[in-house]
Design a binder for this molecule. Structure first.
Ligand code: ADP
Ligand code: ZN
Length: 731
């Protein structure tokens, strides 16, 4: 709709008004006076309190503000405008997540001075005049300027080995003249025909269907269901190429920034240049550049983390969600949304194709494909000579490791064989640091975070105890803070650092690296560890879930899972699914090239459904069983869930609010409300937390139910209420 939406309130066209949405958590859009009709999406500067704010024309004014009080909004220079589809998407997301629309808009506008006109940088090049007074220094500068490249004063001074004053003197004398430097080189344009892979028959069949769906210019959802190493990336690259040929833009979502480095190189191999990137580590200049290029259509392909979903695409033709089952797609703070689900919504609004790729789809996506709501394309085999790895369980009940050690004898032997033949291995343990618990042997005191009801994790290398929830750190104490006894604090259980220590004791000559997403080891360290593994500078990579995802190490033939039972017993509805996905992904790192892979899984529950499915390689049987189990209890995707989390520094206030809220819950058919109960982490960052859970039949409009409920209760200022629609975490 390009028609201006706004009509004059008065006959004399002087008092035009628009409803303007501001990027703040306000109740809705506000009326402003405007001088000329503006379409939805138009960016304006609007006074808010004593400040000016950026705002977006959202629709027709509702006329509730009196004539005298309505303020004036001015269009931005150059009349930039958010695409209407993005405005619709923001509205949709706000409504679905029960978030003020201004907060969602704030995510879309998270670019500092994106709308300032490009500030040209000034450089200098050879001028027309040759100054009368010449010195050796001046001659060197002018000789340098003969190449007619523009340089800054500083680089002239450095390259010609003169002082900046000499350069300035030459500018005054006309020997150098001012020129404008373009701020950026234009973005390179990916070439769909640059280096297409030779696809195998199954890949080609899938690629053909994907190309057709992109070319159809219709909304469609396709699950690209391929085993690890089957070439899902190569295959969906053909869909990307088709969108490029159609002159439309592509968004590729990845779950982790750590995955992007390898991915960008792969993309460049296929398309001749790197795509645009979007994630939280981007500097302000780069953010602004990419944001503008997405809006203008210059950025053809964007690879990014979940926040890229709110970029202002001018003409989106395809969305890819890689590793679609990943929990990292759920944003748990601020606007709480699931990027995979919202990506499907955005594709529907943009009328384009979306591809969800995974070897272990989420149960939601899997059943949508099974019931025909989504298309499904299968890649059942690894590409080329590679075969699926052999998976063996090691029963820790019968094959005991020595007390205080974590590598069983069969795993040690397998490591020796792998290292002996010059191949690589990976050890997986989903626990950061050295040990998850520090305990006093004398009095039993546990080292717990003062702000969170969570154990402090020992990081021996940094000699620290750290809370992984709030970031609190303290030096590892020498004496027990409770009974004051010295040398009685002992580390309980393993973290990756402890496994690395044990490994190094057995294999002193092997090159080991640790990769864990950690506040102490930053993302750069993780990337370095992964790169070293890819370059074969590392023999054994020991890591947390960060090593499970997407990586391709051709020489990696042995994967050891240190403790498969972690996270399996915490009783939440997705625990089994998550364990299966994680371990399947980890296992999928082994034997991805010519040499076959072996996976050893250490467990105390070898008869568990998940362990049997992994060892038997029967994924679909596992899904069938899991779907049946969820159906029986009407759990998602067969029913709906919404979490309500209350938190406060005032413990009594939060409990009282929980009780009041529960009493006010409207009775409705097909809706059950559970709680309030203390959250799993009762104390987090100093705030006491209570949870309520709404369980509803699929046909229930949960959002409407929640809106009706929440308007009945006044939440005290000291208490924060958060709604989590479709929760994936129950902490
Ligand atoms: P997946 O994402 O399904 O785990 P990838 O797309 O990472 O698999 O592919 C695994 C490996 O196989 C990669 O190194 C990839 O380059 C290679 N590969 C897959 N398909 C082809 C192909 N048709 N031609 C050449 N190499 C391929
Ligand atoms: Zn803490």
């Amino acid at each position: 709709m390009n028609e201006p939406l706004l009509k004059p309130l008065n006959d004399d066209n002087v008092n035009l008004r628009a409803s303007v949405l501001l990027p703040y958590p306000l109740a809705g859009a506000y009326d402003y006076r405007i001088d000329e009709p503006l379409p939805r999406g138009a960016l304006v500067v609007a006074p808010l309190g004593t400040r000016d704010s950026l705002g977006v024309v959202w629709g027709e004014a509702d006329g509730t503000i009196s004539h005298e009080r309505v303020k004036r909004a001015e269009p931005l220079a150059g009349s930039p405008r958010l695409p209407e589809s993005l405005c619709d998407f923001i509205d949709w997301t706000a409504k679905y997540t029960l978030t003020p629309p201004g907060l969602v808009l704030a995510m879309a506008l998270r670019v500092r001075d994106a709308f300032e006109p490009e500030r040209p940088r000034i450089g200098y090049a050879r001028g027309e005049i040759t100054p009368a007074r010449m010195t050796g220094a001046r001659r060197r500068v002018l000789a340098l300027a003969e190449d007619s490249l523009a340089r800054s004063i500083a680089s002239f001074a450095e390259e010609a080995n003169v002082t900046p004053a000499v350069v300035r003197g030459l500018i005054e004398a006309g020997g150098l003249k001012e020129v404008e430097l373009p701020e950026y080189l234009p973005l390179a344009c990916p070439d769909p025909g640059f280096a297409p892979a030779e696809l195998n028959a199954e890949q080609e069949q899938a690629a053909r269907e994907l190309r057709a769906r992109v070319a159809a210019n219709e909304f469609s959802v396709t699950l690209l269901d391929g085993v690890t190493g089957s070439g899902k990336t190569e295959t969906y690259f053909e869909a990307v190429a088709e969108a490029l040929r159609q002159n439309r833009q592509v968004l590729i979502l990845l779950p982790e920034i750590a995955l992007t480095v390898q991915f960008l190189d792969r993309f460049a191999d296929r398309f001749g240049c790197r795509p645009a990137e979007w994630h939280s580590d981007l500097g302000p200049k780069e953010r602004r550049r990419v944001w503008r290029a997405v809006l203008s259509g210059e950025a053809r392909v964007v690879v990014g983390a979940r926040s890229a979903l709110f970029l202002p695409f001018a003409s989106l033709g395809l969305v890819i969600v890689d590793e679609e089952h990943e929990q990292a797609y759920k944003q748990e703070e601020g606007v709480i949304y699931h990027a995979r689900d919202m990506a499907v919504v955005r594709s529907r609004i943009e009328t384009c194709a979306i591809v969800l790729a995974s070897a272990t789809p989420s149960l939601e996506t899997y059943s949508n494909a099974a019931n025909g709501r989504y298309h499904r394309l299968k890649l059942p085999r690894r590409h080329g000579a590679a075969v699926m790895p052999e998976i063996r369980l090691i029963d820790l009940r019968t094959t005991r490791a020595e007390p205080g050690t974590w590598l069983s004898q069969p795993l040690r032997e397998a490591l020796a064989v792998t290292l002996g033949s010059g191949e690589q291995a990976m050890l997986f343990l989903n626990r950061r640091g050295y040990a998850p618990l520090t305990l006093c042997e004398a009095c039993g005191h546990k080292m717990i975070c003062r702000q969170c009801s969570a154990w402090l994790v020992e990081h021996r290398y940094h000699r620290k105890l750290a809370c992984h929830h709030c970031g609190f750190e303290m030096p590892a104490p020498l004496a027990c803070p409770e009974c004051k006894a010295e040398k009685t604090l002992v580390a309980c259980g393993p973290g990756v650092e402890r496994v690395a220590e044990e490994f190094a004791g057995i294999f002193p000559d092997a090159r080991v690296a640790i990769a864990s997403s950690d506040t102490l080891h930053g993302p750069l360290e993780t990337q370095a560890a992964i790169r070293a593994m890819a370059k074969r500078d590392t023999d054994v990579l020991i890591g947390t879930q960060i090593v499970a995802k997407g990586h391709h190490f051709p020489q990696l033939t042995l994967v050891g899972v240190i403790d498969a039972d972690l996270g399996g017993s915490d009783g939440d509805l997705r625990a089994r699914e998550r364990t299966f996905q994680l371990l399947h992904q980890v296992a999928g790192r082994a034997g991805r090239a010519e040499k076959p892979g072996l996976v050893l899984i250490q467990t105390r529950n070898p008869d568990d459904v998940v362990m049997r499915a992994l060892a038997g390689g029967d994924r679909d049987a596992f899904y069938a069983q899991e779907i049946a189990a969820r159906k029986r209890v009407a759990a998602p995707p067969f029913g709906r869930l919404a979490g309500i989390i209350l938190s406060s520094h005032d413990g009594e206030a939060v409990r009282e609010t929980g009780r009041t809220l529960a009493r006010a819950a409207p009775a409705a058919h097909g809706v059950k409300v559970w709680g309030p109960t203390p959250a799993f982490y009762q104390l987090l960052r100093g705030r006491t937390r209570e949870r309520l859970l709404v369980q509803a039949e699929r046909s229930v409009d949960v959002q409407a139910y929640l809106r009706a409920w929440l308007t009945r209760v006044k939440i005290p200022h000291a208490v924060r209420l958060t709604v989590d629609i479709d929760p994936v975490s129950f902490f």
